[in-house]
Design a protein around this ligand. Structure first.
Ligand SMILES: CC(C)(COP(=O)(O)OP(=O)(O)OC[C@H]1O[C@@H](n2cnc3c(N)ncnc32)[C@H](O)[C@@H]1OP(=O)(O)O)[C@@H](O)C(=O)NCCC(=O)NCCS
Length: 338
């Protein structure tokens, strides 16, 4: 029997730089309350959100991704031509094919890079991080650009009380490269398709575009529908266990952790996880949701960028990231701050 040669991989990988893009338009709770029966106080106390950003027409998935990626590349000190793999995590690139990752690679100058999109909703950034780490350690890739990007406002019913105040737009990117020592810990990930109905697109595109499916005879653009309360409970309790497993897998005890940057789904979910994990009070907690809303795959890199830019966290610190959302899907790992 013939044997095949394997390409040697790097001993480990690390995040080398992160960057974000926040749309120009700030949408306050007061503006949201013009469309739904709610109040600034209710939204702040139930979700922690004071304002969010919604993309304008020119702030496309591609444009936001490229802006975030350029910042990440600059901070990593990596030229676009060194990137050999581009992974874009998104659920709001509205073209079924081709993947947006190929265009992003070309426009950045990552010519010829392997490029593809993944659909892992709010866990997308952590899924992409795990994939990039594996590709680098297996020798398949050397420098990987990952992007989490969403225009959730395109798929949010602005009159729906259960989603209109939560979802928002933005992009976050990270450059991941080889390292002699681990900068990305083992991923703990999984899914629960039995609960796929908890967050989903209201109807598939073919049904949405056929007016015969609706009483008014008109096509209806699909929106995101969410059963907030069960999602809240699942995220607050089950995800805390996943986060604890990710810390265990990386050999990081609560007292060793410096930073906690979970998916920015709801401030109360972040607080519930913090308590369940029994993290020390001096752990820095990402609270980007207050100004940014829930940007799904973009939320963790945006939160990391904000913590780094504010000087609250420093290179080399341990940081627990965990993403969870529609699918249901989840993934968490401990990383080192670039
Ligand atoms: C959406 C969410 C904030 C709602 O909070 P909640 O405490 O679960 O709210 P409930 O749906 O149980 O409703 C509680 C009350 O608030 C009211 N309410 C619901 N939405 C409201 C709104 N937008 N404004 C004001 N009141 C609202 C309900 O009518 C209900 O009133 P009642 O007690 O008089 O019947 C919360 O469920 C949540 O954050 N879930 C997770 C969402 C999430 O993270 N999604 C992304 C995962 S990736």
């Amino acid at each position: 029997m013939s044997t095949l040669t394997l390409r040697p991989g790097a001993p480990a990988s690390a995040i080398l730089g992160v960057g974000g893009y926040r749309p120009r338009r700030v949408v306050t709770n007061a503006e949201i309350c013009e469309l739904i029966d709610s109040s600034d106080e209710w939204i702040r106390t139930r979700s922690g959100i004071t304002e969010r950003r919604w993309a304008s027409e020119d702030e496309t998935v591609k444009m936001m991704s490229i802006e975030a990626a350029r910042k990440a590349l600059g901070r990593a000190g990596i030229e676009p031509g060194q990137i050999d793999t581009v992974i874009v995590a998104t659920v709001t690139h509205l073209h079924q094919t081709p993947a947006i990752a190929t265009t992003i690679a070309s426009e950045l100058g990552a010519t010829g890079a392997a490029a593809f999109d993944i659909s892992a909703a709010c866990a997308g950034f952590c899924y992409a991080t795990a994939m990039a780490d594996s590709f680098i350690r297996s020798g398949s890739s050397t420098y990987v650009l990952i992007v989490g990007v969403e225009r959730l406002s395109d798929m949010t019913d602005k009159t729906d009380r259960s989603t209109a105040f939560i979802f928002a737009d933005g992009a976050g990117a990270a450059v991941i490269g080889p390292s002699d020592t681990p900068g990305i810990g083992p991923v703990v990930w999984g899914s629960d398709g039995d609960q796929s109905h908890l967050i989903e697109q209201t109807q598939p595109w073919d049904k949405a575009m056929d007016g015969d499916n609706f009483p008014d005879g008109e096509p209806h653009w699909p929106m995101l529908r969410m059963e907030g309360n069960p999602v809240f409970k699942w995220a607050s309790y089950t995800m805390a266990k996943t986060a604890a497993e990710a810390m265990d897998a990386a050999g990081v005890r609560p007292e060793d952790l410096d930073v906690f940057a979970p998916h920015q789904a709801n401030m109360r979910i972040t607080d519930a996880m913090f308590r369940a994990l029994k993290l020390p009070s001096d752990v820095v907690v990402a609270r980007d949701i207050a100004r940014q809303g829930n940007t799904s795959a973009a939320s963790i890199p945006l939160a990391l960028e904000a913590l780094i830019e504010s000087g609250e966290v420093h290179s080399g610190q341990t940081c627990l990231i965990i993403g969870f959302g529609a699918g249901l899907v989840f993934a968490g790992q401990v990383i080192l701050i670039p």
